[in-house]
Design a protein around this ligand. Structure first.
Ligand code: IYR
Length: 224
């Protein structure tokens, strides 16, 4: 057992009167409920500074033992995007033709997805999200990370929400398997790619599937 005392600093609390708290919660719900996964992107450039701030928001996510076990690879280079598209489409062709069981293909039918992923080249940025399986300490020793999938999942959620809040569209794309991303992007073996977040503006006239969200009663129970 460690008997080291934690070093502390004062909390900067954020608190609002109840009325304001409610209107903030309502406004936020309205805003995030407008987020949709977009598959039809414009090639219009996006300011890098906006992406940087959204990444810093993602980096503020809670993580196991504060290890912050994530790496975000921001890809804007057209030849890298092209390589990623080729790698992803090769895996996706296998997925749609062979790997996916019928029930999975049926579940995806309403979304109209297939193995063709032009948005991987059209969108100005692909943010490839890596989960750090372990860190590196002094002299290259392994430092254990904790709750890695949970931590990276939370950070990814913050990132998606921050990008949406800034007025950008995203798509969480998960070609499987994703190992090819380590090779293309030169990331070490101790980093596991978890998804490609496609970022940009929607194409003019973009349409999205007509889907609904579960009600509060379906997603939550109150035991008061
Ligand atoms: N990775 C494939 C298949 C896919 C899987 C799920 I679960 C989705 O919600 C959407 C697609 C693809 O990107 O097409």
């Amino acid at each position: 057992m460690s008997n080291r005392k934690p070093v502390t600093v004062p909390l900067s609390p954020i608190r609002f009167p109840e009325q304001e708290m409610l209107s903030r919660a309502v406004d936020f719900q309205r805003e995030v409920s407008l987020r949709r996964s977009v598959r039809d992107f414009s090639n219009e450039a996006v300011p890098r500074e906006v992406i940087e701030h959204c990444l810093l928001s993602a980096g503020s996510a809670p993580s196991g033992a504060n290890r912050q076990p994530w790496h975000f690879c921001v890809v804007g280079d057209p030849s890298l995007k092209h390589e990623i598209r080729l790698g992803a489409e090769a895996e996706e062709r296998e997925f749609y033709r062979r790997r996916a069981p019928d029930d999975w293909l049926e579940a995806l039918a309403p979304l109209g997805t297939d193995a063709s992923k032009p948005f991987l080249e059209t969108a100005p940025f692909l943010i490839v999200i890596f989960a750090e399986k372990y860190g590196l300490g002094q002299g290259g020793s392994r430092v254990k990370n904790y709750y890695v999938p949970e931590s990276v999942g939370i950070a990814t959620g913050v990132l998606i929400t921050a990008l949406h809040h800034a007025g950008l569209a995203t798509l969480t794309h998960t070609p499987s398997p994703m190992k090819f991303l380590n090779r293309i992007l030169g990331r070490p073996e101790r980093e596991k790619p978890t998804m490609i977040l496609v970022v940009g503006y929607p194409a003019a006239g973009a349409r999205v599937p007509d889907i609904s969200r579960k009600s509060l009663e379906e997603i939550a129970s109150f035991l008061e």
